[in-house]
Design a protein around this ligand. Structure first.
Ligand code: SF4
Length: 65
């Protein structure tokens, strides 16, 4: 069953999405799918640092701030 990622409400991707800075497909494909395959999610779980401008697929988007 598809569920919202447990990190969504504290995740910068939510903020960037609401600001119109990232495409809705990121939210649909990762955040609304329980964080499945999200690199941010995996790093969060492992307690590994990851910058706010790292996308769910692990790419850094230098334009995000
Ligand atoms: S970007 Fe990843 S960690 Fe952040 S809310 Fe979406 S799925 Fe969860």
């Amino acid at each position: 069953m598809k569920k919202m990622c447990k990190w969504y409400f504290v995740c910068p991707m939510k903020y960037f999405y609401e600001q119109g800075k990232i495409d809705k497909s990121w939210i649909e494909n990762y955040c609304k799918n329980n964080g499945k395959n999200c690199v941010r999610y995996e790093k969060e779980e492992a307690g590994i640092y990851h910058p706010d401008n790292m996308l769910p697929n692990g790419e850094i988007d230098e334009n995000l701030s």
